[in-house]
Design a protein around this ligand. Sequence first.
Ligand code: KG4
Ligand code: ZN
Length: 354
Amino acid sequence: MNQPEINIIEVTSTLPPGRILGVETSCDETAAAVIEDGRILHSSVVASQIDLHRQYGGVFPEVASRQHIRTIYAVVDQALQQAHLALSDVDAIAVTRGPGLAGSLVVGLNLVKGMAISSGLPLIGVNHLEGHIYSAWVYPAAEDRPPEPKFPLLALLVSGGHSELILMTGHLTYKRLGGTLDDAAGEAFDKVARLLGLPYPGGPSIEQAAEGGNPKAFALPRARLDGTWDFSFSGLKTAVLRQVRQLENDAKTVPVADLAASFQAAVVDVLLNKTLKAARHFKASQIVVAGGVSANIALRTAFLAQTDFPVHIPRVSLCTDNAGMIASAGYYRWAHGQRDTLDIDAMPTWPLYG
Ligand code: KG4
Ligand code: ZN
């Protein structure tokens, strides 16, 4: 007789109902959100500090933490108001513990500790990378419920600090397959933007500059690193730098659009190829692409154009840092019994695994 198939969706559907307030202050966005049952997003407020940091060409940690202090109360208040809920209507508060900037993380942590003390609500510390992956579960309350991501799931997490391939065999269960050996994908976008004279943050700047450019204008290197699930982007960044220097030495105008488009195409090519290879190797049911770089239209288009695997890429507002993703991951942790004590501290270099 055939064994009945174990259906993970059924398991998750038995999780308790719950509303979670999420708070995120790991870098330069002050964010709060309310989510129901890990998926239904009732509100999401993000106060971006990008304009403040642009003059420094990157995130200035001291400025970031001060700005979090200035805005966090209003952001949390607004998230509850937009959800038409009071704090007494939520079941737990989830907060990013790390990885991130220490001075920024403690602002969110201290706030929610105070809220937990005064309300008696449980506190759940969430890993920021886990949050990015759980953005794939989130959908706005006003929309129809999309299908739940299916395990085993292959996640490509591409942000400012990480480029990782992660196999997820069930909720909260991760196996790291590989990651960048040098620059993260977002970091490469930011550095290449700087050397092309484009403003911070580099990802959106390169994307915009690349719009009128020819992605085949420059034959830039693609580090395949065969036999591993790792990535490397520093050679590509150096190749762009060499091109710029060469053009400047020859007193030629740097064709920014063509260089940006060629760089972007190389990054997308490497990410797509290795992710598909890993999905085939590990027999993934689907691919999830998450993190700030997954906001990139060329990347989204390339992943959605391939037909080998179903791909889910969260809407752009959920790709870059937000608290909906923290509230979602916090829900699944809360539903599986996690309760943290008030002495949890910021973990600036907290790995997701092991
Ligand atoms: O996930 P995220 O908001 O913060 C981190 O956790 O790091 O990712 C930020 C990164 C930055 O490096 C930014 O340049 C990049 O994501 N990014 C993009 C785009 N939007 C943001 N990269 C490429 N194309 C974009 N449209
Ligand atoms: Zn992030």
